[in-house]
Design a protein around this ligand. Structure first.
Ligand SMILES: [Zn+2]
Ligand SMILES: [Zn+2]
Length: 339
């Protein structure tokens, strides 16, 4: 049975997988879809293998093909190995000094393309926009369930970024509570009566050293306290709490910017693993001012070190000013024809 255990030391939570746990021989997770003796592994996300996933929740189909069959361009399915399940109500249990919650929540996989090896950084702007629309559609749908308090949209690309499947996909998790991430947003608003992300955009425009690019709708910056080398944020200029409220103009602009940015890091950082993470406001909770959604893109060039684990203080060998300077020089050639 899945559960979410409280980490009493870190004052945080840990989600534990149910019976579907990996065996020791399953680590490290197989790379590049090939086993140690060179055989191609079966991929449940490829077109034609629809029966290998749970029934689809949503699919973008260009023709009138039926659910569960080929003919789709984007497909959303429940995560077969989900820790969370959207069943019953949230329950807190106590065992001795410990506390745990039942695994109430949801985990969905967005299979972004039917073709194996066609990754998100290979997509056209129009295809990226279609993925962002699917994320929005699922965000809105999940926020209609009162039991879900936070919706985490994210993508792991490559083994260093935590991807267990090579086939291009992103994930959408519905959590039964607001995680402790980004608590500074609420603190900043309480002290300054101002949105932290809007303040960051004003500060970055004035300084300029960490700004990579500014489009009609977004500001692309390497954040002041970057935890990871070449970490980048895409912040919508329009103050909006929820990713679900992104509009069509912003989707088109973000897709064009992402296409350029991802194409650039694939070249400049030599095909890195990376994570895409949407930061957004909690749902089905009392309104708290100050949230402002944004997209965080983190190339994963180094693994987490002992000091990161021990202290929570990340050590980053590339200052954001240097990262931004490199990206500022490189991005113009990737922007051509995109924006
Ligand atoms: Zn595949
Ligand atoms: Zn704002």
């Amino acid at each position: 049975m899945a559960e979410i255990r409280r980490d009493l030391l870190k004052n945080n939570w840990v989600a534990l997988a149910p019976e579907s746990a990996l065996n020791p021989r399953d680590f490290p997770i197989k790379r590049r879809g090939i086993d140690p003796v060179g055989n191609k592994l079966f991929c449940p996300f490829c077109e034609g293998n629809e029966a290998s996933t749970p029934p689809e929740i949503l699919a973008v189909r260009e023709d009138d093909s039926a659910p569960g069959l080929p003919g789709w361009s984007i497909r959303v399915v429940p995560n077969k190995f989900a820790v969370f399940r959207l069943e019953g109500e949230l329950e807190m249990h106590h065992t001795g000094i410990y506390q745990n919650l039942n695994g109430l929540g949801s985990q969905e996989v967005v299979i972004e393309d039917p073709r194996h090896g066609n990754d998100i950084h290979d997509f056209s702007s129009a295809k990226l926009a279609a993925v962002f629309r699917v994320w929005q559609q699922r965000y809105k749908e999940l926020s209609g369930d009162e039991r879900i308090k936070y919706i985490q949209i994210y993508k792991n690309r490559g083994i260093f970024a935590g991807a267990s499947q090579e086939h291009s996909h992103s994930q959408i998790m519905g959590l039964p509570f607001m995680p402790r991430c980004n608590s500074g947003i609420v603190d900043y608003f309480r002290k300054n009566s101002q949105c932290l992300l809007c303040a960051i955009m004003a500060e970055e425009r004035q300084t300029g050293t960490r700004v990579v690019y500014e489009s009609d709708q977004f500001l692309l910056v390497c954040p002041y306290a970057s935890r990871f080398s070449y970490e980048t944020w895409m912040i919508p200029k329009r103050h909006t709490d929820h990713y679900g409220d992104i509009n069509e103009e912003e989707i088109a602009d973000l897709a064009a910017m992402c296409r350029s940015y991802l194409g650039m890091i694939i070249d400049v950082l030599q095909d890195p693993a990376y994570n895409l993470v949407i930061n957004t406001a909690p749902v089905n909770s009392a309104y708290q001012p100050g949230y402002h959604w944004f997209l965080e893109i983190v190339p994963r060039l180094l693994v987490t070190t002992g000091v990161d684990i021990a202290t929570g203080i990340y050590t980053n060998p590339v200052a954001p000013e240097l990262a931004a300077d490199l990206f500022r020089q490189q991005i113009p050639k990737y922007l051509q024809g995109c924006i």
